[in-house]
Design a protein around this ligand. Structure first.
Ligand SMILES: [Cu+2]
Length: 280
């Protein structure tokens, strides 16, 4: 019985997958004919769209759900066993609850023009102007900017307001980290390898870091009001997961391009896709 119901579930899943594949092919063919890049159409409103892609876990859960529902129907028809039916119903309801509990978040792609690639854009959420201030718990693991091979690593660091950042020196030479920025003006002085100094970034904003010994060294700390941030890869992709649903101000920052901001609503379930374009 169980095997029969799982088989039926797998068949339904395969049919759904095949249909998806066919409609995708059809869509690609259609767009080819129109000479329209899919991303251009997707970017059309720029306000964000729902991402219909399911996570692998959701797929498995859906398959199980279908299998269990089919099983329940078969049992109800053949054996009038109320006990088994009740148990199956409970399992089905639990499965449904698990399938709908997908974490919410934001993902997308940032396209930068006039710079070497799309990397090192910090995409982050701040409080929307009409929303109350919220307290978020600070990270438990160490946040650090290393000084290695005469560079700051990472070059850009998003950090929640109140985060203590460690500045170790991993080079054989001495470094002297300081910031002239209004958001957080400080000077750690000159210190050798093996020494770690700390700075608490307590005001939201952008803090530029420099070294008094090496003029070519630079880095940035982007101090945020929420723990929801990401740094883009070379392709410009970013993903921010486990966001508490609600209204936010989405911001994007790049060291050489004017910053962007726009209101976003993060829904309760699933990922919202927001693609951005940054240019001078
Ligand atoms: Cu230095």
């Amino acid at each position: 019985m169980a095997i029969v119901s799982i088989l039926i579930g797998v068949m339904i899943e395969a049919a759904v997958f095949y249909r998806g594949l066919r409609s995708q092919r059809k869509k690609a063919h259609h767009l080819e004919g129109l000479h329209v890049a899919p991303s251009a159409r997707d970017r059309a409103d720029g306000l964000g769209r729902r991402d219909d892609r399911m996570t692998p876990m959701s797929r498995i859960l859906r398959t199980l759900l279908v299998a269990m529902l089919t099983g329940a129907c078969v049992v109800a028809r053949t054996a009038h066993s109320k006990g088994i039916l009740r148990t199956l119903l409970v399992v089905v309801l639990m499965g449904a609850a698990a399938a709908s509990g997908e974490a919410s978040g934001l993902r997308g792609k940032v396209t930068c023009s006039g710079v070497k690639d799309n990397s090192d854009v910090v995409v982050y959420l701040d409080r929307a102007p009409d929303q109350p201030v919220k307290d978020y718990s600070l990270p438990t693991k160490d946040t650090l900017i290393d000084q290695l091979n005469l560079t700051f690593v990472p070059h850009v660091l998003p950090a929640l307001k109140g985060t203590r950042v460690a500045f170790p020196n991993s080079d054989e030479v001495r470094h002297s980290v300081f910031s002239p920025s209004k958001t957080k003006r400080f000077n750690l002085g000159t210190y050798p390898k093996g020494t770690i100094k700390h700075v608490v970034f307590d005001q939201p904003g952008v803090v530029a870091l420099l070294c008094n010994v090496h003029a070519e060294m630079s880095a940035y700390v982007i101090v945020t009001e929420t723990p929801y941030f990401a740094t883009t890869d070379k392709q410009g992709r970013y993903e921010i997961g486990n966001i508490s649903p609600g209204q936010y101000l989405l911001r994007a920052w790049h060291e050489k391009l004017p910053p962007l901001s726009r209101k976003v609503v993060v829904e309760k379930d699933g990922f919202t896709v927001v693609d951005l374009e940054m240019k001078r």
